[in-house]
Design a protein around this ligand. Structure first.
Ligand code: P6P
Length: 339
């Protein structure tokens, strides 16, 4: 409609998701709404701990004790515990997979619900002492009737996720979410304790001017990656791309969704399967990228089509603006003899 939303009509994340549920009519039971409410509570809780950590250096090594003599937990361990407890207590989950836990958690019957959540509770946490933005990444599957809440419910292509998102902890706290109808961004109003809709319908530009790779790995890159980077750094016509690499996936992907361009963490001679985890880094970010109109590929395959064999497996990641990723793929197709 274009008219400004009057400030007396705040669209909170809760209300926005509820609209989704109402739109679905009787088909929706409200379970996903309640699950997403539990997730946003964990984001608020983690945000306060990240902010505290920046003030009182909470990030001390695990095993130290704090002034109360309590066992000091590293921030990512604390964030994991916060998420596991809240997701279990929501009564809406059946299987949990966390970057911090070797094994999946199968929720006991009393609390068992119909969704599986795969998550990295605090991705990039090694950067926190430098004040770099870090984040929580999550993806949600609905359990299948025949598997009814077992590990098989999460060893499925990312295309079968019903929702995915991340929360970025920085100067402000931004939650970016898709439930399959596009991508929306919300900013935490700490005074209200509510995430407010600030970035409706995030759409990634078809082409950007930024590339985001850790070029410290250049000597290990496979030829198609080297050739592609050369083509945008030494273009035969037009200006070279700008390099922006934060080293925190949530921050690099957030900028890519908003400004466009290409983010890559490819497999190389050193990291044979790449570094990023398929289930709770690549899948959620690929889901969001596609929902925002972008492309997410391993170089040879659409990321969301991969069928995971193990919950912590890694994969090669290129994602971003449609035209930029298509340019990269030309070098893979040309190198098919290499593959
Ligand atoms: P590198 C952070 O440790 C992380 O898992 C992602 O957030 C980030 O994109 C990547 O690793 C950075 O890895 O090798 O460039 O430091």
């Amino acid at each position: 409609s274009g008219e400004e939303t009057p400030s007396t009509d705040l669209i909170t994340l809760t209300r926005h998701v509820l609209n989704d549920q109402l739109r679905l009519g009787s088909a929706a039971t409200g379970d996903l709404t309640l699950l997403l409410n539990a997730i946003q509570l964990t984001s608020k809780f983690i945000a306060t701990n990240v902010r505290k950590a920046r003030l009182i250096n909470l990030v001390g090594m695990a095993g130290e004790t704090n002034v109360q003599g309590e066992e000091q937990k590293k921030l990512d361990v604390l964030s994991n515990d916060i998420m596991v407890n809240a997701l279990r207590a929501s009564g809406k989950t059946a299987v949990l997979v966390s970057e911090e836990l070797e094994e999946a958690i199968i929720i006991e019957d009393f609390y068992k619900g119909k969704y599986c959540v795969v998550f990295d509770p605090l991705d990039g946490s090694s950067n926190i002492d430098a004040g770099v933005n870090i984040g929580t990444i999550f993806g949600i599957y609905r359990i299948q009737p025949e598997t009814n809440g077992t590990i098989a419910d999460v060893l499925r292509p990312g295309s079968e996720m019903v929702a995915a998102g991340y929360t970025m902890y920085g100067s402000s706290c931004n939650l970016v979410l898709s439930t399959g109808q596009g991508v929306n961004g919300y900013t935490l109003d700490a005074a209200l304790g509510e995430f407010i809709l600030t970035h409706p319908n995030i759409t990634i530009p078809p082409r950007g001017k930024i590339y985001s790779f850790n070029e410290g790995n250049s000597m290990y890159f496979h030829p198609p990656v080297t050739a592609y980077l050369k083509s945008i750094k030494y273009p035969t016509k037009g200006k070279p791309y700008s390099a922006r690499y934060i080293g925190s996936m949530v921050a690099d992907v957030h900028r890519t969704l908003l400004y466009g361009g290409i983010f890559g963490y490819p497999d190389d001679k050193k990291s044979k399967s790449g570094k990023l985890r398929l289930l709770y880094e690549a899948f959620p970010m690929a889901y969001l990228t596609e929902q925002a109109g972008g492309v997410a590929t391993t170089g040879t395959k659409r990321i969301l089509d991969i069928v995971p064999k193990a919950i912590h497996e890694r994969c090669s990641v290129f994602l971003g603006s449609r035209d930029d990723v298509q340019d990269l793929l030309k070098f893979y197709k040309d190198a098919c003899v290499y593959l």
